[in-house]
Write a protein that binds this ligand. Structure first.
Ligand code: GRF
Length: 194
């Protein structure tokens, strides 16, 4: 069984899509949700799906052991970032080489990096007069939004789009593509021992 943890910071709609997809899956189990916020919708998502959740304190995560003991004691094989706003510190990058995925709501390398999250991304896409946007699912390394791309999916930018309307169209792409990309990556691409 491949055990994965989700790291999230917000409403958890991606976490919910992932949990629904892997409900009863023969090879992959989402066994933990970790969140860096005191309150966030993702805690309710975890409760709804009977998945344990833990709170990440900034100093221990960024300058301490990065909660590696919690992940290892649960035999976690990989980490899934789903709307997670902190950079992943070296202890986790080293413990999970090529086993941390992130989804970014734009077509990297454009519109990525520090500060490019949520509506800021879509406002920047509109300000650049792009005719299309989309998502990038990529491996995570020690830089923001920087690792190898695993999948990109595109959607149009419409003339009367607002950051909110574009965000909604991109979020739908995220929910559609992230779960199956995770499944393919951890069961095939990584040739995981099943
Ligand atoms: C959204 O902006 C999404 O594009 C990005 O993280 C944010 C929150 O997503 N991946 P979620 O609803 O918390 O999954």
């Amino acid at each position: 069984m491949i055990r994965l943890a989700i790291l999230a910071s917000g409403g958890g709609s991606n976490a919910a899509a992932i949990l629904r997809y892997f409900q009863g899956h023969p090879q992959i189990r989402i066994t933990l949700i970790a969140c860096n916020r005191q309150t966030a919708g993702v805690y309710q998502v975890a409760e709804n799906h009977h998945v344990e959740s833990i709170r990440l304190e900034r100093d221990r995560f960024q300058n301490g052991d990065a909660y590696l003991p919690e992940f290892q004691s649960r035999q976690i094989d990989g980490l899934l970032l789903a709307g997670f706003l902190w950079k992943i510190p070296a202890p986790l990058i080293q413990a999970y080489p090529n086993r941390i995925l992130n989804i970014h709501p734009a077509l990297l390398p454009k519109f990525g990096g520090q500060g490019m999250y949520g509506l800021h991304v879509h406002a920047a896409v509109l300000a650049a007069h792009e005719t299309e946007s989309g998502i990038t699912i990529h491996r995570v390394d020690e830089h923001y939004d920087h690792g190898d791309h695993i999948l990109q999916a595109h959607c149009p930018v419409l003339p009367n789009d607002t950051p909110e309307s574009l965000a909604q169209r991109v979020l739908t792409l995220e929910h559609t593509h992230y779960p199956a990309t995770i499944e393919n990556y951890f069961t095939t691409t990584l040739n995981f021992e099943l």
